[in-house]
Structures are given as C-alpha cells and as structure tokens.
Design a protein around this ligand. Structure first.
Ligand code: ATP
Length: 507
C-alpha cells in the first residue's frame, strides 16, 4: 500500500535521524501528516516515538539532514510555531489551579485595554472551550477535584486555544495511558471532535484497539526506522501487531491458572477496615500465589489501594493489615510501610525512578543493605552480576547498567522498576498500572514474569485501569465503587463485559 497522502500534508518530515551516544534512536525517518487526518504513531518500547515527539517539540535537536515543512512552508524542527500544539503525557496542568487558570497559564488571561484581567470573559472563554467537548465542570474549581479524563480534556482545550480555523496539528502523546476503560471512549470522541473542527492529530498510543477506533492512517516505527505508513482500514490487529513487533507477538496472553500455592489458601496479606483517601472500611484477603485484581472507575479508590497497603499513601490511613509470613499479629495500617511490601507505582516519573541515577542504581536502591560485604562496603562485583541478571531476565533494553535511567524508553524504565521490586524476593507485590506505556511484546513478557513468580508463591495485587491486564493476569478481581468492594469476580467469570458492567454499576 502506498503511503502517499491525497491532500496536502500539514506536516511533512524527511530524513529525520537522531543519535544519542552509541544509540541510534531514529534513522532516516519520513513522516507525512495529511490535513484533517488522525495519524497514529506506534512502535515497541524504545522504537523512537518519544524521541520523534521531543524533536518536534524542541526538547532534542535532530541530527543534520532532516527537512520539514509545515503547511507547505519550510519549518525548522523544534521551533515554536502556532500551528503545532502538544499535549504531553504528564498534561502540563497545575492541579491546585482551576480549569480557567490553567487555560490562562498556557495562553494568557483575557485583558482589558488597560491590562486588567477580564474575569468574566476569561470564564466565558473557558466554558465555551470545554463545553465544545461536552465537559460539564465548574471551571473555577481546582483540577485536583476533576477525573483523569476531565483533566485530559482541559489539557486538550488549553492546547487548542486561539486556533481559529483549527487547521494546525495537535500532537497527543499517549492520552489514554492511565484512563479507566469507561473513559477511553469519551476521550476518543473528543479526538474525533478535534478532527471535525479541521485540525490534524498525531496520536501516539500503545493500545492497538484505539488505533482501529480512531485513526485514519498509522505509521509504525521499530528500532528507530519507519517500517510502514498505512491506512488503518486495510489492516487487522494481527497485521499491525506483526508490523510493530516483527515476528514476536503472534501469540496472545494465556489465561492465568490458579497456582497450587493459591489453592492451598494460606494467606499472604489480609486487610480489614481500611480507610484513607476514598477508601471506606475496605477489607480483603490475598492468598499466597494469588493474582488478585483491583478494578474500578476514577474515584472508586482502586488506584489508591496500592498506595495504602504499601504505606505510600500520603494522607491519613486507618484500619489494619496482617502479613502472616512476617507476624501473626495485625498491625496498624498507618504503619504499612514497615511490612516492606514493594510497589510498582502508577506514576513512574513521579514515584518510580530516580531521574539522576543510573539503571544499576535504580535497580539496587532498596537492596543496598543486602549488597554490603562484611566490611560494610558495597560489593561492586555482586551488584554488577545482580543487575546484569535482572536486565536479562526482564529484557531491559539499555546501553549498559551505568546508563542514566532517563536515557531508557518509558517501557524499559517500567521494567527496571518491576525488576527492583522482584529482586527483593517479597511475599507480596503490589502493581499499579503495571503496563501503562508498555508495548505488547513487553506486556506479554511482564505477564509471564508475574505469573511465574505467583506460581512460586508470590501474592500479587494488580490495580489497573486496563481491562486487558486484569483478564490476562488475575484469578480473582475485586471491583470497587465509592471506596468499597461491591463485587468479587473469579475464574472464568472474569470477562471484559462483566468487569465493565460491574465497574459502571450497570450489571
Ligand atoms: N536522552 C537520551 N539519551 C540517550 N539515549 C536515549 C535518550 N532518549 C532516548 N534514548 C534512547 O533512544 C531509543 C528510543 O527511545 P524513545 O524513548 O524514543 O522510545 P519510545 O518509542 O518512546 O519508547 P516507549 O514506548 O518505551 O516510551 C531508546 O533506545 C532509548 O534508550
């Protein structure tokens, strides 16, 4: 299939390359985005997607030889241009401020000729922008009170401000990475609405189903090279997955089996009367070797529970926890950190990795005491061997164990966090959004690794807004609403419709 575009491209790039030291992140990539199309950009972890977006946004400079045109005019990659707008994964919003203030932050307040802020006009402008997307929020309330999808819509509205004919290019970098399933559809509607207004969209995502729902064409990159640009209509999920991963992903994840240790019923973690954040008197029991899912819509508390049971929740917590392998006694949930349960956090950038540290340092940080020799010095050889072993077991793609963690792609950083937790050889592991930003091949690898550990007795709690994770990993799922368990679904009864209905309360 040809990749020529039928209308004049809003953006065209040719010969884009980027080398970071020994890593060739992009090699001679061409990209054409047609006027008014939604163009998806996909590729496995480390394929170069973020590098491409960061060059467009001016964070990195392209290597010599690249040429670009915007609206047909020569355009210096990375330069500020009104026709090019971005919504990055972290959204760039200030939670303590209202939607109105956030919009003003990105494009300035409405002002009178004397320079005074025209509050009414500013409010009216904000309401108009967010209403266009069917968002009914109080634009004067702080955004911390908004749901994830509402915040994403505010970020999109902020990016689109001032575009009269909407004829520029909006770049959306994984906008649905941590949205609950019920909200992904709403966001896709909004992306279509942006296109209806005349704008083009460059849409980066790992979720292939979304690409089939929303995109007109897709460009696949792998190993820094453009592999193909195709109309989505001519593709199937299998053919797109094969383009992305080469040979590796023809198989899909097998349904998990209840492990023998899980059947033995010995408990790994028990919780009673947990209260904290949105949680209201929640209790559960996790068996050794069990893969227990926690599901729910935004505000249900499903994404707070992982932080509460690992002692990482910053607010007040009440209730009790018990890890029988450590002690038969119940302990106060406000001291949960003492139980030493590792957490793979949902927000990798804020809580997962230490940006200034290397891959090795990030991996061994919680293990330091074990790596000390009798003379209380760090045993470098032992550390190196341990790091190399985990890099291989988890399949971390890095220039070396001493590479700064920030030079790894998002998916590979996630693998470092997972390896760090597993290297502690815990009884219980808590995962929050374990596959956000992770490509399908890596996702299957992580699923296998987690199931393998569960088969050896590890009790795992998986909180995910991606139903795919729950289906592939869990033998039992607790569905939360308003901070309480409203439904327990086990074994074969765990299906996508059952989960979604239970979360939405429409069963
Ligand atoms: N600042 C940097 N310094 C050195 N290497 C880098 C840097 N940024 C990216 N890389 C390397 O360039 C390659 C492409 O990374 P990039 O982050 O663009 O991938 P990606 O497709 O966005 O991956 P993911 O889906 O995991 O986020 C990787 O091998 C990565 O390690």
């Amino acid at each position: 299939m040809s990749d020529t575009v039928t209308t004049s491209p809003v953006l065209s790039i040719t010969g884009l390359s980027k080398r970071f030291g020994g890593t060739q992140a992009l090699r001679d990539v061409d990209l054409n985005i047609a006027q008014g199309e939604i163009h998806a950009l996909v590729g496995p972890n480390g394929s170069g997607k973020s590098t491409l977006i960061k060059i467009l946004a001016g964070y990195h400079q392209a290597d010599a030889g690249a040429e670009a045109r915007l609206d047909g005019e020569p355009f210096e990659l990375g330069s500020d241009h009104d026709r090019l707008r971005f919504v990055h994964q972290e959204l760039g919003l200030v939670g303590e401020l209202s939607a109105m203030d956030n919009l003003a932050l990105s494009r300035g307040f409405a002002r009178s000729r004397l320079g005074n802020i025209r509050w009414r006009e500013q409010e009216h402008r904000t309401v108009e922008l967010v209403h266009r997307f069917g968002l009914d929020i109080d634009v004067r309330r702080p955004l911390v009170d908004a749901t994830p999808v509402q915040r994403t819509v505010v970020a999109i509205a902020a990016a689109l401000q001032g575009w009269e004919a909407d004829q520029g290019l909006l770049v959306l970098d994984e906008p649905t990475a941590v949205l609950p399933p019920g909200e992904v559809g709403k966001l896709l509607d909004i992306v279509r609405e942006v296109r209806r207004g005349g704008a083009s969209v460059l849409y980066v995502s790992h979720r292939l189903d979304e690409i089939f729902q929303v995109a007109d064409r897709v460009t696949v990159i792998r190993g820094g090279r453009r592999i193909a640009t195709r109309p989505v209509q001519g593709l199937t999920p299998q053919s797109l997955a094969s383009l992305m991963a080469g040979e590796a992903t023809e198989r899909s994840a097998e349904r998990p089996k209840v492990s023998a240790t899980s059947r033995s019923g010995e408990s790994a973690l028990e919780a009673r009367e947990l209260t904290g954040g949105p949680l209201r008197g929640l209790g559960f029991s996790l068996a050794r070797g069990e893969l227990l899912g926690i599901a729910g819509l935004a505000g249900s508390g499903h994404d707070v529970l992982p932080y509460v049971v690992t002692g990482a929740w910053p607010g007040d917590v009440q209730g009790q926890l018990r890890c029988p392998a450590r002690s038969p006694e119940w302990s106060d949930a406000s001291r949960a950190a003492r139980l030493g349960i590792p957490l793979v956090p949902g927000d990798r950038a804020a809580h997962g990795v230490i940006a200034d540290f290397s891959v090795a340092e990030n991996l061994t940080l919680p293990l330091l005491s074990r790596l000390r020799t009798g003379r209380r010095l760090l045993d470098g050889r032992h550390e190196a061997a341990l790091v190399d072993d985990w890099v291989e077991r988890v399949g971390i793609r890095t220039a070396g164990r001493d590479a700064p963690i920030t030079t790894l792609s998002g998916g590979n950083q996630q693998k470092v966090v997972m390896a760090r937790c597993l290297a502690l050889e815990p009884e219980v592991l808590v995962l929050c959004e374990p596959t956000a930003g992770v490509d399908i091949a890596t996702r299957l690898q992580l699923y296998d690794l987690i199931k393998e550990q569960a088969a050896q007795g590890l009790g795992v709690i998986v909180s995910s807004s991606d139903v795919g994770d729950l289906l592939a990993l869990c033998t039992r799922v607790l569905v939360l609403r308003d901070g309480q368990v409203v439904r327990e679904i086990a074994g074969e009864a765990i299906t996508e419709p059952t989960l979604v209905h239970a979360m939405e309360g429409t069963e």
